[in-house]
Design a binder for this molecule. Sequence first.
Ligand code: GAL
Length: 335
Amino acid sequence: MIEVCQFGSEKAKKYSLVNEAGMQVALTNFGARIVEVLVPVEDNGALRNLTMAALSDEEYLAKDTYPGATIVPVAGRISGAQAKIKGRLYSFTENEPGRTLHGGVNTANEQYWEAEVDEEANSVCFTIELRDGFNGFPGNVHVKARYRLTEDNVLEVSYTAQSDKDTIFNPTNHVYFNLTGDVNQDIAEHYVRIAAQTYAPLGESNLPLGRLEPVEGTPFDFRTGGTFAQGFGLEHPQNQLVKGYDHPWVLDQVAEPVEIVSPDQKIRLTVETNQPAVVIYTYNFPSENMAAFHGAFSLECQGLPDACNQEGFGSILLEKDQLFEHQTRYGFKWQ
Ligand code: GAL
């Protein structure tokens, strides 16, 4: 049974998915968002919440509307707040000086999406229509964000989209985790493995410089496992720049390219995605105290940020009437 209840204002609903193993996932139509991921891991059978979450739409609005939300049409920063799409230059709303972050202002992460519950599939599908020209992005884009909780403890996130004009599209989910269950605890001692040979160094204003560099010999090398602490010492200029990690890694085409284990080793999170990159942000600029400094990390699977302006960063072009498909699976194991 998918339970539905109020989540703050009248328009906001919370959907709770449960499976046989007792894992629970809470979602809301406000921003087509993951609110909580709960696993029955404590000795007394209690649930541990692995995400950074708020209690209502109002609380997200007052504090930070990114956590857990669906970010569309284009995740990350767009340099110059503009891009050429099939030879034509488009300007987007600047919500940082000279840049567009996470699709601009009043974006879908602050809107109430239509929701459809599918009991049999243990899933909820949220839909929204992005209007042609909104924040400068061309095309009426019909977007679906579907979340499913499987019996093998996978939270599956699927995005599909179709536009009536050529446009750019690079969505992500902005969920933050802290596998200790406490976002006031430093994430430094989480074990991290990322199957990636290269990452994208950043320049001013957290924008990718436009080149990929080998992780070899840097704190960005998690190929054989490490901890976030290896970058939190801030020995490397790239970690100094952002006070931790806020970087894209280009993922190897392997099964489970990302794996994170809680410091008490009770919880193992793995990520599978059809997207080329993961952006990991280690909550270096806490806004409104939703978590401590370095109290959470995001795992944003997507195409490389600013791909629309950087040669060699892949294409995020979505052609008129083409079907866009993204799938990311967060798998959980506990003991
Ligand atoms: C991340 C981004 C960070 C920060 C955060 C939102 O995706 O890389 O720099 O803007 O979103 O608070």
